[in-house]
Design a protein around this ligand. Structure first.
Ligand code: PFF
Length: 442
């Protein structure tokens, strides 16, 4: 069975398959759960502006860099750095990525577990009642000593089973049909939310920047969210890049994956914030935001039952297409660097992540610090190393040749190269150091 990272390198049956898989990795809980909740806590519109800026200024160049490293080397991220810079410690970017994958998978599967609980509640028809009652459903579930643990494990096992099944069966088949369906559902939710009385206030919160809300922490949160949402800075995208045919324009691929991902996040915001205000809630609900708000919209919809079941099922699947990319990073590392049997690597990793995930269910602090360290520290630092690699270790001619391998000159080359060499590494480091308080520019 062909797998991502296997030596046969025939993992995807079509060009669209790779893009679908990369988009599948990018689109997930990060867009629908994390983006609205972090934006809600960070003051709204100003955060959105920063987020959009980071996507374009750093997100697209970092993603392009990752894709080009992977495609040039025709290897997964560790092999890629080893073959492009033999004898140098650049493969440590991959090692950092593995660490990030462990941390992200641990808290990610907890939230995915909440999503599965909501599938179950939606099917049972129990997501009804007043906004207060809906709020209590989430709180009571989280306080349970059994279900949050149980669903987390179920999600991790599902992830492992898909990886055992291989790339073609596992990733491609689901993503192509189901993600567009999720997209349509979000649009339906948007329309419904915008028609709620009082929706305008939510739109204002989301789109009208209040610059007094910006500080170093908010800027770092926006950058971390951009990296997290695009799945960049840890080598996942480099591995997908190695499967992209030379005939394909990498810059365009990075741009379209990034824009699709961003659109979904913004559309999720357009569904959630009008509803937040319409139902008299506060945007700073924390990590339960989506779960507390969306059922209220479904309750006001004709056919809300069917929509809610479909929505939470699709969200679970979106989470799966992201979690499999995370598990794959770890498994590729263990099997290719240490010669571990893939099936053994898959189940051993699942066991370790299960233990870490249990800690995340048990303690909000552990959950929060895993999230912070991975999104706001490891991914941006990984991003810096990736652009430095493309800007300083690879030859300029090599970089250009890879970006133009599809046979056409790329007009954006000079600006890309300038960002990668001078702007991105300095600016990402600056935002990072300022955000964690090492330097202080407000
Ligand atoms: N980008 C995913 C999301 O938005 O849900 C989360 C993620 C997947 C982050 C894979 C990092 C990663 F390597």
């Amino acid at each position: 069975m062909a797998n991502l990272g296997s030596s046969s390198r025939d993992g995807f049956s079509s060009k669209f398959g790779v893009i679908a898989a990369a988009a599948g990795s990018a689109i997930g809980l990060g867009n629908i759960w994390r983006f609205p909740y972090v934006l809600g806590e960070s003051g709204g519109g100003a955060f959105l502006l920063l987020y959009l800026f980071f996507i374009i200024a750093f997100g697209v160049p970092v993603m392009t860099s990752e894709l080009l490293i992977g495609r040039k080397a025709q290897k997964n991220v560790f092999g890629a750095f080893k073959s492009l810079a033999p004898g140098k410690p650049w493969f440590l970017v991959g090692t950092m990525g593995v660490l990030a994958a462990f941390l992200i998978l641990s808290f990610y599967s907890v939230v995915a577990g909440w999503t599965i609980e909501y599938v179950y509640l939606a099917v049972k028809g129990s997501l009804s009642g007043s906004p207060d009652e809906i709020n209590m459903i989430f709180e009571e579930f989280k306080a349970s000593q059994f279900w949050p643990y149980f669903w987390t494990i179920v999600f991790l096992i599902l992830t492992a089973l898909i990886i055992v099944g291989g790339v073609k069966n596992g990733i491609e088949k689901y993503t192509k049909i189901l993600m567009p369906l999720l997209f349509i559902l979000i649009i339906v939710l948007d329309v419904k939310a915008l028609l709620l009385p009082g929706a305008g206030k939510g739109i204002e919160f989301l789109f009208k920047p209040d610059f007094s809300k910006i500080n170093g922490e908010v800027i770092l949160a926006a950058m971390g969210q951009a990296f997290f949402s695009l799945s960049i800075g840890m080598g996942v995208i480099a591995t997908y890049g190695s499967y992209i045919p030379k005939s394909q324009n990498l810059g365009k691929t990075a741009l379209s994956v990034s824009l699709t991902d961003t659109l979904i996040a913004v559309l999720a915001g357009v569904a959630i914030f009008p509803a937040v205000y319409a139902f008299g809630m506060a945007p700073e609900q924390g990590e339960g935001l989506v779960f507390k708000v969306l059922p209220n919209i479904f309750n006001q919809m004709t056919g809300g039952y069917v929509f809610s079941v479909m929505f939470f099922v699709l969200l679970t699947i979106a989470a799966l297409t992201s979690s499999i990319s995370l598990l794959e990073v770890i498994v590729a590392y263990l099997s290719e660097e240490y010669g571990m049997k893939r099936s053994y690597a898959i189940w051993a990793t699942t066991l370790v992540v299960s233990v870490l995930a249990m800690l995340c269910v048990y303690s909000v602090k552990v959950f929060g610090s895993f999230d912070f360290i991975s999104s706001n520290v490891l991914l941006p630092l990984g991003g810096v190393l990736i652009v430095l690699f493309v800007g300083y270790v690879m030859k300029k001619s090599e970089v250009r040749a890879e970006l133009e391998a599809h046979g056409k000159k790329v007009v954006y080359f000079d600006i890309f190269y300038f960002i990668v060499r001078y702007i991105a590494p300095v600016a990402i480091m600056f935002v990072f150091l300022n955000g964690v308080g090492v330097i202080n520019f407000g």
